[in-house]
Design a protein around this ligand. Structure first.
Ligand SMILES: C[S@@+](CC[C@H](N)C(=O)[O-])C[C@H]1O[C@@H](n2cnc3c(N)ncnc32)[C@H](O)[C@@H]1O
Length: 226
């Protein structure tokens, strides 16, 4: 790093302290316990710095970001250290399906949401990698197969379409290289509580003369195995 650049960092730091010191002191006056929570205090300080600098820094880097991000970002974008989420502005909505922001400073989150929503990304699009709900969600969500079943919707003569979505965690093995074998997945549907017992228990055997119908129109009206 050139000496001049090193000194410019000090200048930036001085300006950052200048812009953030008053609102940060105000926060301390309102909530003195911040003095004993240095991590929280640093978040308040940085939120105040970024509230002043965020837009300007973004405008300064606009040309570079447009050249680097817009043509190259596609699929799912993970924005690490999202700040106010300015990066989402440079995503092509047609090429980037999901925008995931990782930002440890919660005070920035409302700005990220606003930027993302303005760019057409919403939490309702799917907040978790596995879909709408985090894996192993404790409560049964309203919008789930279990709730649909409780709804007692008629199923007779209805075309029921079920999509099975499965995510596998691939734990690589030496055998997976250079060509990974196919991962086989089998799904079977079995009736559960459709009947009180297996209906075949009431079918008379063809070879056993002592076996007779116990129920129905042809029932012998007596115990089947005298
Ligand atoms: C200078 S801001 C940049 C914001 C944004 N990337 C932009 O270009 O507008 C850096 C951000 O990174 C966050 N950050 C700091 N340490 C981090 C870490 N270990 N992991 C993820 N984010 C971090 C800070 O809270 C801050 O909001």
């Amino acid at each position: 790093m050139k000496l001049a650049n090193a000194f410019s960092l000090l200048t930036d730091l001085r300006i950052a302290v200048q812009v953030a010191i008053v609102p940060t002191l105000t926060s301390i006056l309102r909530n003195p316990t911040l003095l004993f929570r240095p991590y929280e205090l640093s978040r308040v300080f940085m939120a105040n710095v970024w509230a002043v600098f965020g837009d300007g820094v973004d405008t300064g880097g606009k040309e570079v970001k447009e050249g680097l991000i817009t043509p190259n970002a596609y699929g799912v974008v993970l924005d690490i250290g999202a700040g106010h989420g300015h990066t989402v502005r440079y995503l092509d909505r047609a090429r980037v399906g999901h925008y995931v922001a990782l930002e440890p400073n919660e005070l920035m989150h409302q700005h990220i949401r606003a930027q993302a929503n303005a760019a057409g990304y919403h939490e309702s699009d799917g907040m978790w990698p596995a879909g709408k709900y985090v894996p192993q969600t404790r409560e049964e969500p309203e919008d789930s197969v279990g709730s649909w079943v409780k709804g007692q919707m008629p199923v007779e003569d209805e075309d029921i379409l079920v999509y099975v979505t499965v995510g596998t965690t691939h734990i690589p093995r030496p055998e997976d290289w250079p060509v990974m074998p196919v991962e086989h997945l089998t799904v079977s549907f079995k009736p559960n509580s459709f009947f009180k017992a297996n209906p075949s228990m009431d079918v008379p055997g063809t070879k056993d003369p002592l076996s007779v119908n116990a129920f129905g129109p042809n029932a012998e009206g007596q115990a089947c195995c005298k």
